[in-house]
Design a protein around this ligand. Sequence first.
Ligand SMILES: Nc1nc2c(ncn2[C@@H]2O[C@H](COP(=O)(O)OP(=O)(O)O)[C@@H](O)[C@H]2O)c(=O)[nH]1
Ligand SMILES: [Mg+2]
Length: 278
Amino acid sequence: MASQFGISKAEILEMSSVLQSRVVTDAVAQVEGMLQQMDSSTLNIAVTGESGAGKSAFINAFRGVADDGPEAADTGVTETTQEPVAYSHPSARNVTLWDLPGIKTSSFQPRTYLKDVDLLKYDFFIIVTSDRFQECHSALAKSIIQAHKKFYFIRNKVDRDLEANAKRRKKGGLLDSEVLSLLRTDCEKNLRTCQVDEPRVFLISCFHPQCYDFAALQMTLLEEVEGHKRHALLLSLPNLSTPCVFHYLCTVHEVQIIYVHYWALGHISAVHANNQCK
Ligand SMILES: Nc1nc2c(ncn2[C@@H]2O[C@H](COP(=O)(O)OP(=O)(O)O)[C@@H](O)[C@H]2O)c(=O)[nH]1
Ligand SMILES: [Mg+2]
């Protein structure tokens, strides 16, 4: 039966469904546009430090890539990086980690080095060390601060320190917690002497990224990176269901957007996305 405007019930139903699908299509187009805008903002992380400290191993661990994987940065006993090399994150292509050439421990010229590696293009620096704090570390830290850039200080290979301590412990060595505390205090003290008021020191092992301060580093970066770059960084986190990530996200909407973006990137299925957003 037709309505007073001569439109049948079936036609009204069809129009209503067309209308609804249009609204959805428009919404999808709008959200896609917004996601594309987010995708165009890239986060550039410079990874520096002396040769052999584990810069390339750190880049692989951060990207969740095995050292011998096809997309891995080369690691090994010899220095392989002469020019900055870019490695994009497998699940967040607009997060790029830059493997910088190793700094020289003697006659290091931080200003020349930073100019050569094009300092301004990076959002922040990660300084990787694996031994005692040295003059080159403080010189580099000072120059980065003078250039109004941030850095995070990584003391890598703590597995090795703890292993060595375990051997000493048989002859009365320290507890693991005491070794880690000494390492942290030493790095912080040295950084304070080069005018770093609140040194950010993270003790990690690239061989065991699930241990020590690796997660704390990721959470700190998330807290300090702003806007769309923060969104890009979130997408690079290996496991979105990690409770601390959810705890960190401010709103349910933010969780939904992350899942929708992940879904758009093909990382999770629609069903999974819907379930997680409830
Ligand atoms: N024990 C231990 N060795 C590591 C760790 N990270 C890197 N290495 C090793 O240290 C060496 C130098 O690492 P690489 O990433 O090539 O150093 P880069 O020159 O700074 O890039 C390699 O043999 C790595 O396997 C770690 O956390 N623990
Ligand atoms: Mg390297």
